[in-house]
Design a protein around this ligand. Structure first.
Ligand code: 5IU
Length: 259
């Protein structure tokens, strides 16, 4: 596979301050691991994140699955982000017209724009979805990932849809910092590629999730960041599991990058 730049080299090239911050974290913590903390109680989330935090560059949330969500939870999560030096990514998957996503991003119970460094959107509505999020997010230095591909079986984000999503990102690269994808989609070093559906051995679940290994995702497919949920939080020792994913992901990165 194609050789790529090291994190510290890319940190010098990227324009968006958030991409720069993320690449610096990846360089200094030697990790391309994002932890998807998909549990449903604030305390569970915070305990897992405190254990796993030293090993990750990103913690990915689904705040709408948390049963006892409250503002103190966000304050506590932000404290952990400072303590362990990671970014917060709310996996909101915005998918409405620009005017609606603007409100969904800034209002309601969660006020995602106030605390999530990164969020994501489906490209299906057209670039108005990015425009709407950008109105709210850009003044706060937030960044957005476009969902160019999905990990689940039978998903429709393929072929021309994926290509058009990359084009949409290129046209709004001041706010779109990268992609959710299953392999590298562009050699433009500004864009960060993040891949869910990762376990230490290939396989799947009973609801269509498909798993690849860190070595395949980073090494063979040229993605930048592995996103791992159950592989970590269902493990007997989540901290040690995160360490194993971190080491596997980082080793694959070292092998495919220029010395
Ligand atoms: N996620 C995927 N696949 C996708 C997208 C998001 O799995 O295509 I877009 C999310 C769903 C879940 C996490 O929050 O990534 C993966 O969790 P597991 O590692 O537990 O399968």
């Amino acid at each position: 596979s194609k050789k790529s730049l090291r994190y510290h080299e890319r940190a010098e090239i990227v324009a968006h301050p958030l991409s720069k911050q993320l690449l610096k974290i990846m360089d200094s913590k030697q990790t391309n691991l994002a932890f998807s903390v998909d549990v449903t109680k604030c305390q569970q989330v915070l305990e897992l994140v405190d254990k796993v935090g030293p090993h990750v560059c990103i913690v990915k949330t689904h705040v709408d699955i948390i049963e006892d969500f409250n503002d103190d939870f966000i304050t506590a999560l932000q404290k952990l982000a400072d303590k362990h030096n990671f970014l917060i990514f709310e996996d909101r998957k915005f998918a409405d017209i620009g005017n609606t996503v603007k409100h969904q991003y800034s209002s309601g119970v969660y006020k995602i724009n106030q605390w999530a460094h990164i969020t994501n959107a489906h490209s299906v509505p057209g670039d108005g979805v990015v425009q709407g999020l950008k109105d709210v997010g850009l003044p706060k230095n937030r960044g957005c990932l476009l969902i160019a591909e999905m990990s689940s079986t039978g998903n429709l984000a393929t072929g021309e849809y994926t290509k058009a999503t990359v084009k949409m990102a290129e046209e709004q690269a001041d706010f779109v910092i990268g992609f959710i994808c299953t392999s590298r989609l562009t050699d433009d070093p500004r864009f960060l590629h993040m891949t869910p559906g990762v376990q230490l051995s290939a396989g799947g679940d009973s609801l269509g999730q498909q798993y690849l290994t860190p070595n395949i995702v980073i090494g063979d497919r040229g993605s930048d960041i592995i996103i791992v949920g159950r592989g970590i939080y269902k493990a007997d020792d989540p901290s040690n599991a995160a360490k194993l994913f971190k080491e596997a992901g980082y080793e694959a990165y070292l092998k495919q990058s220029v010395d």
